[in-house]
Structures are given as structure tokens and as C-alpha cells.
Design a protein around this ligand. Structure first.
Ligand SMILES: *[C@@H]1O[C@H](CO)[C@@H](O)[C@H](O)[C@H]1NC(C)=O
Ligand SMILES: *[C@@H]1O[C@H](CO)[C@@H](O)[C@H](O)[C@H]1NC(C)=O
Length: 269
């Protein structure tokens, strides 16, 4: 009896130590972005996107994923230099006065607002409020000025696997915890997080999800996701720094930044 108790206690301590260790590791490499971090949603219970390590060949990527299903590629590029440049203090010092174009976080993103990057970071970069509509949430993702931010983008190493007949276009962003874009689709591409975690929700082209285009992904996660039947659940996974998610052409997807995040996509058009 005593032995069993000691064994259970030891297991508990081990679990605690592992959890603490993960937390500190995470906080140390946060680029200064996690001050107002608050994760309103957890990671998925089980990831349904395959993860492949850096040993995957181009032929395997083309045959198994490029035109078939999403995949997460781990450690295929080393963007540690780009990551250092994306530290909060560095971005503010270098680009603080440059304008960034913000879009509303609804499916169609009609409205655009230009503000200095510093103002965005100091006043608008905050956790998503559950009640606020996507059309009332301003989000910095894309519409980048590649002239002004050129010295940063030149340091990004995109995933090496190209799709025949396409070229890559970058889209860079910084956004608060709980933000994200609601369901939409377009051509194929890659998404990488530089800081923070991003949860991805995907459906194949022939399986249009139920969603209100004006509501945020956060409200969908809270109101709709829990009542979905097992066969209606999205394909989903959370990516972390060092991982790149590939999504094929016309796959529906929505994203949710679990932390304050710095991220970059490569759209293959
Ligand atoms: C990008 O920045 C340059 C240099 O400041 C400016 O002349 C140009 O109008 C900007 N482009 C856009 C699309 O805002
Ligand atoms: C979403 O918002 C737009 C713009 O405010 C409005 O015209 C549209 O009717 C709304 N759609 C839904 C489904 O609520």
C-alpha cells in the first residue's frame, strides 16, 4: 500500500517537473512578446495532421501531400536568425514608425486601417475578446510593404518544397492571443509561427464547414466546436516555432493564435 502511494507521488512529481520545464523553456524564448499573453483556448486533444521530420524528400512531399492533404514539416529550415530579428524590441526599434495595414478578422476582411506599427503593438495587440465580432477586430496579417520591411523578409528562409507552376508570396503578421482568421479558402501554401503557437482547423474542399463569416474563430471554438459530431470535426493541429504547416489548394481553414504570435505564410499562387 505504502509503496503504491510513493509510486503515485513520484509520478505526480515527475509530471509537475515536466510541465514546469516546458513552461520555462517556452517563456525564455518568447522574443519579449508574451507579456499580455493569455490563452483562452487549449491545444486540441489529438492532432489529426501528420508530422514529418526534415528527412522527408521532395518526391514524398509531392506524392503524399501536395495535392492530397495537409502536413506539418518539422525542422526543414533553420529560421533562428529571422526569429532573432522578430524580437519585439528589435521590430519596434526598426519598424515602429512604419505604417502597417490592418484588416478586420472576418472571412471577407473588407475594412483596412493604416496605423504605425508601434501604435498597433502598444494599443491594439491584445487578447481577443469573445464577444467582439470579427468585423470589429483589427488584425495585422498580410498587406505588407515589402520595400520598407525588405531587410526583414530577405532573412526569412521559406520551406524548400515548391509546387510546379507556382511562385511564393509572403504574408507576415503579429497578433494577440485568441485572434485568428475564420474559415476561408484559397490556393495552397505554408504557414510558420516564429513566436507563439497557432492552432489550425481544416476541412477538405468538398466539406464546407458551418460558420458565420462575421464571427471570430474564437467564438466558433467556444460555440460551435464543442457540439460537432465526431464526423463533423475539422482536421486540426497546433503548430509551434520550428514547424511549418502545408495546406493544399482550396482546403477550408481557420486559425487561432493560442498565444501572442508572430507568424509568416508563403502563399503559392
Ligand atoms: C511602401 O513604402 C514605400 C516607402 O516608404 C512607399 O513609397 C510606398 O507607397 C509603400 N507602398 C504601399 C503599397 O503602401
Ligand atoms: C456580416 O457583416 C456584413 C458587414 O457588416 C453584413 O453586410 C453581412 O450581412 C453580415 N453577414 C452575416 C451572415 O451576418
Amino acid at each position: 500500500m505504502a509503496l503504491v502511494t510513493i509510486f503515485l507521488l513520484l509520478q505526480l512529481l515527475l509530471a509537475l517537473a515536466l510541465a514546469l520545464n516546458e513552461q520555462t523553456e517556452y517563456a525564455e524564448n518568447d522574443g519579449g512578446w508574451m507579456k499580455n499573453n493569455y490563452s483562452p483556448v487549449q491545444e486540441e486533444e489529438s492532432c489529426s495532421v501528420e508530422r514529418r521530420d526534415g528527412s522527408i524528400t521532395y518526391a514524398e512531399f509531392i506524392e503524399q501531400y501536395a495535392y492530397r492533404r495537409p502536413v506539418i514539416l518539422q525542422g526543414i529550415t533553420d529560421n533562428s536568425e529571422f526569429r532573432t530579428l522578430c524580437r519585439k524590441d528589435h521590430l519596434l526599434r526598426t519598424y515602429g514608425e512604419h505604417l502597417v495595414r490592418l484588416s478586420t478578422a472576418n472571412t471577407y476582411s473588407y475594412e483596412k486601417v493604416d496605423v504605425p506599427f508601434q501604435e498597433y503593438v502598444e494599443h491594439l495587440l491584445r487578447p481577443q475578446d469573445v464577444e467582439t465580432l470579427g468585423c470589429d477586430t483589427l488584425y495585422f496579417f498580410g498587406d505588407n510593404n515589402f520595400t520598407e520591411w525588405g531587410s526583414l523578409f530577405r532573412k526569412y528562409i521559406p520551406p524548400p518544397f515548391k509546387l510546379p507552376g507556382t511562385t511564393g508570396a509572403y504574408s507576415f503578421g503579429v497578433a494577440g492571443s485568441g485572434t485568428g482568421v475564420p474559415f476561408h479558402w484559397h490556393g495552397p501554401g505554408y504557414s510558420e509561427v516564429i513566436y507563439g503557437r497557432k492552432r489550425w482547423l481544416l476541412y477538405p474542399p468538398d466539406k464546407t464547414p458551418e460558420f458565420n463569416p462575421n464571427r471570430t474563430t474564437l467564438s466558433w471554438m467556444i460555440d460551435v466546436y464543442p457540439i460537432l459530431a465526431a464526423e463533423e470535426r475539422p482536421v486540426e493541429c497546433t503548430i509551434r516555432p520550428g514547424e511549418v504547416l502545408y495546406f493544399p489548394d482550396r482546403w477550408w481553414h481557420a486559425t487561432l493564435n493560442l498565444d501572442t504570435s508572430v507568424f509568416i505564410s508563403t502563399f503559392l499562387g
